[in-house]
Design a protein around this ligand. Sequence first.
Ligand SMILES: C[S@@+](CC[C@H](N)C(=O)[O-])C[C@H]1O[C@@H](n2cnc3c(N)ncnc32)[C@H](O)[C@@H]1O
Length: 210
Amino acid sequence: MIDYTELMAFMEGSKLSPWLKELQSQIDKGLDEKRFGDLPAWKASLEALPAVTSSEVDLQTQVKIGASADTSEGVKKQIKEALQGLIPWRKGPYTVHDTHIDTEWRSDWKWDRVLPHLAPLKDRLILDVGCGNGYHCWRMLGEGASRVIGIDPSPRFVVQFYCLKHFTGPRPIDVLPVGIEGVPANLQAFDTVFSMGVLYHRRSPMDHLR
Ligand SMILES: C[S@@+](CC[C@H](N)C(=O)[O-])C[C@H]1O[C@@H](n2cnc3c(N)ncnc32)[C@H](O)[C@@H]1O
């Protein structure tokens, strides 16, 4: 389920509160089934995921959710089929209850290159601009971030992210169906902002940086 209630409650009492004025309408637009005709099918895949408790979640060395013994072969098959409904999976890889999602890109290799150059992320509030399905958001949480908010205007990626979150249980991590244009100017709310793989797609890279 895609549910921003907990995130919005957090924003209410933080420097992010000015964003709340427009956030709900941005979410409604970003997940508008009239704009995105395939969205109901993707949401059906998310809703088809069985309820399973994940006894292990590794976000530090990889993104691996669930241990083999957590569930039956039949339920694992159900999970695999639901996740296949969201192909293509561009960023990853992920392992979810023995389903290995061998994604188009090795985002883990990118993270391994980036991480040594970062100031510690522990206890930081992080924005990841153009986060795709949120692979690096998970790894930022694995580094001890207090909360991670990813934004990406592609609703398929947002649904993919919530498929993974379905299995981790509540965590301070969300992906919003919003582009950089939707983030209010001068928020000054985040401790760290990432923008990876987006700048060179922008008509005006300088405006993106600002
Ligand atoms: C090359 S991918 C990079 C994904 C990820 N950050 C990474 O490093 O692997 C670029 C992403 O930017 C997203 N994007 C496109 N326009 C955007 C915008 N206006 N604001 C934020 N993200 C955008 C795309 O949907 C896509 O997921």
